[in-house]
Design a protein around this ligand. Structure first.
Ligand code: NAD
Length: 364
């Protein structure tokens, strides 16, 4: 397969971790006989330094012309970086919001997977962890409360703030379709999370999700209220496969789900549009405190690259091979400093990438 991939190294540890992810993709290409070509895109502080703005039209066009985008992370230390002397619309984070919007990325995917080898980092009790958990949160990213009309008024000397939560059936349907498609590649269960006992938007959400579910008879659908879901995530996380939810609930639940894995350097994410196109990036930031030291954990970015293989390029076997290689390196006892524990062998960013690359092999 020939693919064009836009690479956004970004700022801080971004170039280091993207370099390792590219190393893994190169190995996948040589083992499976694919050809990936890369085009580098400047975003965030790196773009400000060169162009004076965090995102250029040219960068958007390059990203749009690719089959998928793989990103490190952007941003610097807000206290010391000159990027934060600029007005908010010119700062690194504005570039990220703008590229997500330009690419129409409405579906955010955040897996939360507990590696056996990292169980010690999980804040939950052993009896709750059980056999571990492996879920993915599919969050609607461009609608709902965060994008509704809002205003603050004063009535009779009393200040009042109004935020509106709106969803139309098209917005619900397209994210539900994504969730069911993803569940089809996994354990075939969707938990749709809403607040249908209170909110009209949730009642419509439920109806539309049920209509979509009818097209996927092989996939089990359950509904869960958001307050219950927040409890279940720390009570019995193993029950979840795909959690489908709206923007604000997803914002909160995806952070809760990542916290229960306990390892920020391991968490991948993806944002997709209506086609197979997506932007893949680690859930963590640019970690300016450790940038350039060669100690950052590249695994979240490598696992994001695996998601890219699976969801944008339909290379499931190759994605499985990358995930298996990560697991094997952890089994061998190798750890970057953020996931280090007693008796393990501490290694740096490059060695972690090398070791994972070494284990990528064909299974057929
Ligand atoms: P952060 O995630 O960058 O760092 C939090 C802590 O985790 C730090 O101690 C850091 O050293 C550590 N850490 C993060 N990733 C790591 C890795 N791969 N390996 C080892 N340790 C790791 O969050 P922050 O410090 O709040 O933000 C720093 C910058 O990142 C800010 O400018 C922020 O705006 C930006 N940010 C960008 C994104 C993005 O690009 N999508 C997301 C979040 C934050």
């Amino acid at each position: 397969m020939n693919c064009k991939i836009a690479l956004i190294p970004g700022d801080g540890i971004g170039p280091e971790i993207v370099g390792e992810a590219k190393k893994i993709l190169d190995k996948v290409c040589s083992v499976y006989g694919h050809t990936f070509t890369y085009e580098e895109v400047l975003l965030g502080g790196a773009s400000i330094d060169v162009h004076g703005v965090p995102l250029t039209e040219e960068a958007i066009e390059t990203a749009k012309g690719a089959d998928a985008v793989l990103m490190g992370s952007i941003g610097g230390d807000a206290k010391t970086s000159p990027w934060y002397q600029l007005e908010p619309s010119k700062r690194p984070e504005a570039g990220l919001l703008a590229i997500r919007k330009a690419l129409n990325l409405f579906a955010n995917l955040r897996p939360a997977y507990l590696y056996d080898e990292l169980k010690g980092a999980c804040p939950l009790k052993e009896e709750v962890i059980g056999d571990g958990f492996d879920m993915i949160i599919v969050r609607e990213l461009t609608g709902g409360l965060y994008f509704g009309e809002r205003r603050t008024v004063e009535e009779n000397g009393v200040r009042k703030a109004i935020d509106t939560l709106t969803y139309d059936e098209k917005e619900i349907r397209r994210i539900a379709v994504k969730a069911f498609e993803i569940a089809g590649k996994r354990r075939k269960k969707v938990t749709s999370v809403d607040k249908a006992n209170v909110l009209d938007s949730s009642r419509l959400w439920r109806k539309v999700v049920e209509e979509v579910a009818a097209q996927y008879p092989e996939i089990e659908l359950e509904h869960m209220l958001v307050d219950n879901c927040a409890m279940q995530l720390v009570h019995n996380p193993g029950q979840f496969d795909v959690i489908l939810t709206e923007n604000m609930f997803g914002d909160i639940l995806s952070d809760e789900a990542s916290m229960v894995t306990g390892s920020i350097g391991m968490l991948s994410s993806a944002s997709l549009n209506e086609t197979k196109f997506g932007l893949y990036e680690p859930s963590h930031g640019s970690a300016p405190d450790i940038a350039g030291k060669g100690i950052a954990n590249p695994i979240a970015t490598i696992l994001s690259a695996a998601m890219m293989l699976r969801f944008s390029l339909d290379l499931d076997q190759e994605a499985d091979a990358v995930e298996a290689a990560v697991q094997q390196v952890l089994k061998d006892g190798y750890r970057t400093v953020d996931i280090m524990s007693d008796g393990m062998k501490q290694i740096g960013t490059k060695e972690m990438g090398d070791r994972i690359a070494q284990y990528i092999e064909r299974k057929d």
